[in-house]
Design a protein around this ligand. Structure first.
Ligand SMILES: CCCCCCCCCCCCC/C=C/[C@@H](O)[C@H](CO)NC(=O)CCCCCCCCCCCCCCC
Ligand SMILES: Nc1ncnc2c1ncn2[C@@H]1O[C@H](COP(=O)(O)OP(=O)(O)OP(=O)(O)O)[C@@H](O)[C@H]1O
Ligand SMILES: [Ca+2]
Length: 543
């Protein structure tokens, strides 16, 4: 082991075999990486490669002679000793795969020294989970949850020496209720195998449990909620998988399992939804009234269709073209949180989310400080809307890879409130189509978007009910507007779609809680393939 001057951390440098050739292999703790380079003169040498230690999945001694290919004369001359490094290989479109490199040498002691050093370094990766609680929804999406977990995820967890307690759910709310009963504190994380609805269940279980254990009343809309430090991992097996897609960049079970194994951590904003001082639900992705509420309500009757139900109900809802009257009051977020019209998106290590984290830490230190929001003015908007969407994140998903609000941030303490006013079917279609291409979906005169920290909504119908001006005729025949029978003005309420679940009330009060929970994810990485990924691809050619 090479000692470096100035108390710097040590390096292990050896000449080891990999494939048919000898390489200079370096375990560089200072730079946190395992690297190997071809020692031949530059013109003849292959590419240099490295793997960040944080992206090594496991290291194991390898029975060389049995498993490996013929590596020529070496194999005949002496008994070879080998170890295999399993590591994350980054492919296109944010997809991660587990790859392996087997290094060999004739010196058993050297081989042990390498295995030992690498294992010690893996032990030092403190953010990695050792024990996980896993909930599998066997009926989510295409009903593949159990198979996906058993075939694609469990073998990786076992390779990474992660122990698991697995619960296959038997009914809706099984996972949520269970989280109020088990000793959650013995786990380093909870994994849900399913879609956004399953994630929502686990999130409600964990956040609810934290508040219960800390004596916080969830019914109080102004309560400062206790952060949940037990991370949630999402293995996507649902119909939309928007939360997974928006936080990882792809909905792929193996990629998500690897993010869990390496112990990634992504804080997430959570909105609380109340009605008349009664807690209704939390939301992390979409709170949608009008278009997305109507799609959800219709699609619930068609669950048997699987993920296709959303396209079917989407088409039907598009044709029905209902709009709804109501009033929205909101408090804008501070300008330092950027704008929904920004051209840059929230990416791994996002500056705006980091700033919010700092600000949150300061606020927590000065506990008892009067909350800012009381002092800010409320803006009020009345109107006729085809859709009211509040999103805590971009809501990117395979149907719309840039999402409902491409510049929304995962952890900035704000939501983007999108108001789509009454317009023609053709204009609404143009608006929808822009979710699937590069054009700006907010660049329409009938679309407004605001970055907010809280908002309230009351439908015209409930306003009328409250002020008792609703006439008997409307009550009895109250399906369509009596004044304009053909105008599509629906005087019944729409439904709120809260992360894929319907809410019972149309009048709601919503508040964003900055970074209330954490995921095993790192946000979406920048598009360009980084140096490490590039080098790793050449390892494959070598072996
Ligand atoms: C012409 C094509 C336009 C396509 C426009 C696609 C926009 C898609 C935007 C998806 C946003 C998803 C937001 C995430 C919501 C989740 O918390 C929730 C739970 O999983 N999922 C849904 O509510 C499920 C929501 C599912 C929404 C499906 C919308 C399909 C719309 C189809 C409109 C067809 C018009 C055709 C006219 C000829
Ligand atoms: N064993 C079960 N039987 C019936 N329902 C269940 C069971 N386990 C969980 N659920 C419920 O199924 C609902 C939907 O599941 P899930 O989110 O996994 O799939 P999805 O709705 O197809 O996908 P998405 O939410 O991404 O659109 C969840 O709200 C959850 O409460
Ligand atoms: Ca946000």
């Amino acid at each position: 082991m090479e000692r470096l001057p100035g108390g710097r951390r040590p390096r292990l440098v050896s000449s080891l075999g990999l494939g048919r050739r000898s390489w200079e292999v370096t375990l560089d703790e200072e730079r946190g990486r395992l690297a190997w380079r071809d020692p031949r003169p530059p013109r003849r040498a292959g590419e240099n490669c490295f793997v960040p230690i944080s992206e090594i999945i496991a290291v194991e001694e390898t029975e060389f002679n049995k498993k490996q290919r013929n590596i020529g004369r070496w194999q005949k001359m002496a008994k070879l000793h080998a170890f295999t490094v399993h590591y994350v290989k980054k492919a296109r479109n944010h997809r991660w795969r587990c790859s392996a490199a087997t290094f060999w040498c004739v010196d058993e002691h050297l081989c042990n020294q390498w295995t030992q050093a690498l294992k010690e370094l893996l032990e030092m990766q403190k953010s990695r989970p050792k024990q996980l609680l896993v909930y599998i929804n066997p009926f989510g999406g295409k009903r593949q949850g159990k198979r996906i977990y058993e075939q694609k995820v469990a073998p990786l967890f076992s390779l990474a020496s992660i122990s698991t307690d697995v619960v296959v759910t038997e009914h809706a709310n099984h996972a949520k209720d269970n989280l109020f009963e088990v000793n959650i504190y013995k786990y380093d994380g909870v994994v849900c195998v399913g879609g956004d609805g399953m994630f929502s269940e686990v999130m409600h279980g964990l956040i609810g449990r934290m508040q219960k254990d800390s004596g916080i009343d969830q019914n109080n809309p102004k309560a400062s909620l206790v952060q949940c430090n037990i991370r949630i991992g999402i293995i996507p097996a649902g119909s939309t998988d928007c939360i997974c897609y928006s936080t990882v960049g792809i909905s792929d079970p193996v990629t998500s399992a690897l993010h869990i194994i390496v112990g990634d951590c992504q804080p997430l904003d959570v909105s609380s939804v109340h009605h008349n001082n009664t807690f209704l639900k939390y939301s992390v992705s979409l709170l949608g009234y009008g278009f997305y509420g109507d799609i959800l309500k219709d699609s619930e009757k068609k669950r048997w269709m699987g993920p296709m139900r959303y396209d079917y109900s989407g088409f039907k809802t598009f044709l029905s073209h209902h709009y709804y009257e109501g009033t929205i009051a909101y408090q804008p977020a501070k300008h330092r949180h950027g704008s929904p019209r920004d051209k840059v998106s929230c990416r791994t290590g996002c500056y705006i989310c980091k700033q919010s984290e700092k600000q949150l830490a300061e606020q927590n230190k000065e506990h008892g400080l009067k909350k800012e929001e009381g002092e800010e003015e409320w803006k009020v908007i009345k109107g006729k809307f085809l859709a009211i969407n509040a999103v805590n994140m971009s809501c990117a998903c395979p149907r719309s890879p840039k999402g409902l609000s491409p510049a929304a941030h995962l952890a900035d303490g704000s939501a983007d409130l999108i108001l789509v006013r009454k317009c023609s079917r053709f204009d609404f279609l143009r608006y929808l189509v822009r979710h699937t291409n590069q054009d700006d979906q907010f660049d329409f005169p009938f679309v407004d978007v605001y970055r907010v920290k809280c908002f309230q909504f009351t439908s015209k119908l409930s306003e009328d009910n409250e002020s008792n001006v609703m006439d008997v005729g409307k009550k009895r025949f109250g399906q369509f507007c009596r004044d304009h029978p053909a105008c599509c003005c629906n005087i019944v309420n729409s439904t709120w779609n809260c992360d894929g679940e319907t809410l019972d009330s149309s009048a709601i009060e919503v508040r964003v809680h900055c970074q209330l929970m954490k995921l095993f994810a790192r946000g979406i990485e920048e598009d360009c393939k980084d140096e490490a990924a590039h080098s790793q691809s050449s390892i494959e050619q070598l072996l």
